[in-house]
Design a protein. Structure first.
Length: 261
């Protein structure tokens, strides 16, 4: 099972039908090729905060009693300047302990570095502090963690959507491959997540970068701030895309057959 917010839901990694795939789906599709009868659920919804992820999502997860759960949570809380990170970490750890007490294998994902992103770099210190909390939680509870901050490939703009908040398809592939490697079922060679591009990234000239940042601010930052001020979320009223544990292998086979056609 996968629990979390928009990154786990799969934004911005679109399927041909307009739905979102994402690292969790990619990982599940890969693992389903290794295990007959493999079942999967993804309870993540964009905009969800820790109180939701370790609330209703956690309760549903415990009901299903899966063997493995991936957890990516906290981003929507950390980006709120008035959130107490120490209290947030304690809430997070209580949820992790409940999963571990149920005998579930857990893979946590830390925060990623926003130092390369204009405007969002102001949150870099908060993300770093919370990520250190997550590393401590993982160590105290015997939980595996994928340190997204340590993934240099995620510091490359080619791994990110135009909104600079979500992975694009390549970014999701990087994260899925890193988790699969941690689990001992690699998707491919290490370079798939450590160094996925054959050439280094060449940034735009400074004037063009400034122009792109202004466009980004108008298109994405201003609406995002507006939703925060109004207490709204793009996930309001949304339900999880995969709320039940269902066998995934037939879906993957159908997709592969469609590609062959």
């Amino acid at each position: 099972m996968a629990i979390g917010d928009s990154l786990t839901e799969g934004l911005d990694d679109p399927n041909p039908d307009g739905t979102y795939r994402g690292f969790a789906d990619r990982l599940a599709e890969h693992l389903s090729t290794k295990t007959p009868g493999f079942r999967y659920a993804n309870l993540a919804v964009r905009g969800r905060r820790i109180r939701h992820i370790f609330g209703e999502q956690l309760e549903q997860t415990l009901e299903f009693a899966p063997d493995l759960v991936t957890v990516h949570a906290g981003g929507n809380d950390v980006l709120r300047p008035n959130t107490n990170l120490d209290q947030l970490a304690r809430q997070y750890e209580r949820g992790i302990r409940r999963l571990r007490d149920a005998g579930i294998r857990v893979v946590m994902l830390s925060g990623h570095d926003t130092g390369w992103v204009p405007v969002l770099r102001m949150y870099r210190g908060r993300i770093a502090v919370f990520s250190m909390h997550l590393r401590a939680i993982a160590e105290r509870n015997g939980v595996e963690i994928v340190d997204l901050w340590a993934l240099d490939s995620l510091n490359d703009p080619r791994a990110w959507s135009v909104d600079r908040l979500h992975f694009n398809s390549m970014g999701h592939q990087i994260v899925a491959a890193r988790i699969a490697d941690l689990l001992g079922h690699p998707i491919g060679p290490r370079e798939l997540w450590a160094n996925p591009w054959p050439t280094p990234y060449i940034p735009l000239p400074r004037p063009l970068r400034r122009r792109e940042t202004r466009r980004w601010a108008v298109r994405f930052l201003v609406p995002w701030l507006g939703r925060r001020l109004m207490g709204r979320s793009t996930g309001d009223g949304r339900l999880p895309k995969r709320p039940r544990m269902t066998e995934l292998a037939p879906v993957v086979r159908d997709a592969e057959e469609h590609q062959l056609d």
